[in-house]
Design a protein around this ligand. Sequence first.
Ligand code: Q46
Ligand code: ZN
Length: 312
Amino acid sequence: MKCKKCKTKAVIGLPRHNAAFCKPCFNEFVHDQVARAVKSERMFGPKDRILVAVSGGKDSLALWDILLKLGYRADGLYVDLGIAGYSARSREKVERFAETTGKRHQATLLIHTVQEEEGAGIRELADLVNRPTCSACGTIKRYQFNRAAVDHDYDVMATGHNLDDEAARLLGNVLHWQEEYLEKQGPSLPASVEGFAKKVKPLYRLAERELAAYAVLNRIDYIVEECPMAKGSKMLLYKDVLNRLEIESPGTKQSFYWGFLDKQAKAQPAPVSMAEKDQATLHPCSLCHQPTTAEICSYCRMMARAKAGSLR
Ligand code: Q46
Ligand code: ZN
């Protein structure tokens, strides 16, 4: 197998692109895909400050690495969920990356510790409010990511969602015809109202397998194990189904998700844009002032229930 660009020995084959690359040409390919995503979706510019949500996994650490190497001003944010064993191991990976690559590029790492800030680890909190762990986790992460980006004046918040994540999410949304979610499935969501940070997904053009290869080839030390709470999740099932289709027919995930984005871009502009809808329905939470559709936001309601639960 020879590199498509320079004809030396290839280290990775990419069937969906009908190509193979050596390490330097593969790195160039990955950086180029991210640069294209940033440009075509108008995610951010060279002067913008970016906050990258890092979990210790390959995707988010690779994203932080790529943005720094492309010359962007990118800091990291890690949310320590307090999951016994797993959180300590993933936090260590993030801290080590920040100490080495981050420091070399003058990037800093912010850490939010759920146990300290919310008063209990994510499992205990979910029990107190009687919700599945991942649902409580989603509320806390969304809230804290947005809050950190707004409070620390970042221009944009970036997450490591890749092509596999977005295709699986799209499959789930289509299977259940969740149209309100479909509308928000683009890789760049504007800061529609005051208090909401702009959110982007610069890895949407790259597959999970490509990011794993990038992390290994560039010696990024990431946590290989999945969060123990992810076991049995629908997302993993959708990813598995799409992987089987991809083996039979390379390019399926790409044509599914990119095709959706294409159709969305070409569709007649909605009579009321997403930003206008947000402006009409969102107002500051009466407790924390973050935007919400209700009187009190879901995070504050959850924390009030957790407090009441722990007093019982
Ligand atoms: S981190 Fe949180 Fe995921 Fe773990 S508890 Fe569930 S939602 S599985 S992305
Ligand atoms: Zn609130």
